[in-house]
Write a protein that binds this ligand. Structure first.
Ligand SMILES: *[C@@H]1O[C@H](CO)[C@@H](O)[C@H](O)[C@H]1NC(C)=O
Ligand SMILES: *[C@@H]1O[C@H](CO)[C@@H](O)[C@H](O)[C@H]1NC(C)=O
Length: 177
């Protein structure tokens, strides 16, 4: 008679195989969702860079991707607002620079309000409005950059992240609406 494994051992190895399979499928799905969405945005590299290791993105769920992207946009909008505010608190001799920074502070206040509204609109799945508001927040951030000949380096980097993730939110919302 052939040697047979005790049943508990068999079901254990079956479980291990199942878990491995599940992990593989999960990873493939995660790669798919970013491969599908990131190239549609203005800065695909930044999209992949920030999201590829996010544990929630791994679920391959488009709704979680949009809410994570929104929180990245919101966090960086808040940081940009605070940065501009701190720049304005320093003595500034150049009146043009002061005016640009003041405009910029208003742009980021507006962007923050719009992204906040987006986060409330998730409850009603109003993707049409989310698409519009995220795109408007993108425009606010770009308006800040365009006010300068060359934006301060720190500001430029934060602005890029805000623009990429606002764009990402609007791209996904456009697909979902
Ligand atoms: C921008 O957002 C990312 C993701 O939320 C966060 O890790 C990073 O700290 C933020 N940067 C700033 C300066 O807020
Ligand atoms: C953002 O700016 C673009 C280009 O100027 C414009 O076509 C678009 O309508 C603006 N989006 C919103 C929501 O204001």
């Amino acid at each position: 008679m052939a040697h047979s494994f005790p049943p508990s051992c068999l079901s254990l190895s079956f479980l291990v195989v199942l878990i491995l399979l599940f992990e593989i499928i999960r990873n493939v799905k995660a790669a798919d969702i970013l491969d599908d969405v990131c190239p549609k945005t203005i800065n695909p590299q930044l999209c992949f860079h920030v999201l590829k290791n996010d544990p929630y993105v791994y679920k391959g769920d488009i709704h979680s991707l949009v809410s994570i992207s929104l929180s990245v946009a919101q966090d960086n909008t808040t940081s940009t607002y605070n940065l501009v505010k701190s720049l304005l608190q320093q003595p500034i001799k150049d009146p043009n620079l002061k005016a640009q920074l003041t405009n910029c502070l208003n742009n980021y206040k507006d962007a923050g309000d719009k992204l906040e509204s987006c986060s409330n609109l998730f409850r009603t799945d109003d993707y049409r409005e989310i698409n519009l508001l995220a795109s408007a927040a993108f425009n606010d951030s770009r308006a800040c950059d365009q006010g300068f000949g060359e934006p301060p380096a720190q500001l430029k980097q934060l602005s890029q992240t805000v623009q990429e993730f606002s764009d990402l939110v609007s791209v996904i919302a456009y697909d979902l609406k």
